[in-house]
Write a protein that binds this ligand. Structure first.
Ligand code: ATR
Length: 275
């Protein structure tokens, strides 16, 4: 049977095996999708092992997304720009790396949350791997303007510089800022920092929220609760990262299997199992 898995550390609580099993059932595909806890110094070996066992590819989660991008012989333009990969496909001519996180975020915002991104002002909070994975696809969605705001502004500046040519090509204005300096209102605010995980609170002023703005945290479950409460308290529409999770998986399924699975249905089912 065709085999895939998600590799990470930790990986125990990953929903990806459940999501891909449902995609396979609903599209009539026969496959096996597991999860592998990979030692911090053992990522390359784990990929070699999966290939030797006849695996066809894998998803990558924390902390191996950067290493995955470096390991591959071939990569998509969006993975190269991100410098990080959450998707590997084992081809006869080598390993192909892609990054489906950004497409997942854009699809979730547009198709599931019903917010058309074209022409909107977007604030992206954070400049680590999670931000790097989504900035390119947000630009390609032809938003009006994106500000990347980060506690360490140099990292935001470097990320923006790397995307300058893409932004010019799509006519999108992209700038960077220190977190506390952002005071103007945005239509869409995306939290891609690890701050909710550490319980540090929301690292930005509520002035960034236009009334009715979409405020999305890439986390889900208790880790997203603080940001969602903050958004609700300031008349924004809160959204967690569960939709992005399902949509990045749907994009991966499409790349591996050639079929787009019914992601909205699987998202609704996943929410019901977690309620
Ligand atoms: P990831 O791959 O999840 O993006 P990362 O590369 O370690 O992880 O990046 C974490 C992001 O969360 C960074 O933007 C980080 O800000 P710095 O670049 O200034 O370190 C941000 N972050 C983490 N804890 C934070 C906090 N308490 N307040 C604000 N930003 C925080």
């Amino acid at each position: 049977m065709d085999r895939y898995c998600v590799m990470g550390n930790p990986v125990e609580h990953s929903k990806s095996p459940w999501i891909h099993a449902r995609f396979a059932e609903l599209t009539g595909h026969s496959l096996q999708y597991g999860k592998r806890l990979v030692p911090l110094d053992g990522f390359a070996q784990a990929v070699t092992d999966l290939r030797a066992e006849g695996g066809l590819g894998c998803n990558i989660t924390v902390p191996f997304k950067f290493e995955a991008a470096r390991l591959a012989q071939h990569e998509s333009a969006r993975a190269r720009l991100a410098g990080a990969s959450n998707f590997l496909l084992f081809r006869s001519d080598g390993i192909f790396a892609d990054n489906t996180d950004g497409a997942g975020l854009v699809n979730d915002i547009q198709a599931n949350a019903g917010v058309a991104l074209a022409g909107r002002d977007v604030l992206l909070i954070g400049a680590g791997g999670a931000s790097a994975g989504v900035l390119g696809p947000l630009i390609e969605a032809k938003v009006g303007r994106i500000t990347v705001a980060n506690r360490t502004p140099d990292k935001a500046r470097a990320l923006v510089e790397r995307h300058a040519a893409l932004a010019r090509q799509h006519g999108v204005q992209v700038d960077s800022s220190e977190l506390a300096a952002v005071q103007s209102p945005y239509d869409v605010v995306v939290n891609a920092t690890a701050s909710s995980l550490s319980g540090a609170g929301v690292p930005v002023s509520p002035l960034v929220l236009k009334p009715g703005a979409l405020a999305l945290d890439m986390m889900y479950g208790p880790a997203a609760a603080g940001f969602m409460d903050w958004a609700r308290a300031h008349q924004a529409v809160p959204r967690d990262g569960l939709g992005m999770l399902v949509e990045q998986a749907a994009e991966a399924f499409l790349l591996w299997r050639g079929v787009r699975p019914p992601s909205a249905q699987v998202l609704a089912e996943l929410r019901a199992t977690l309620a």
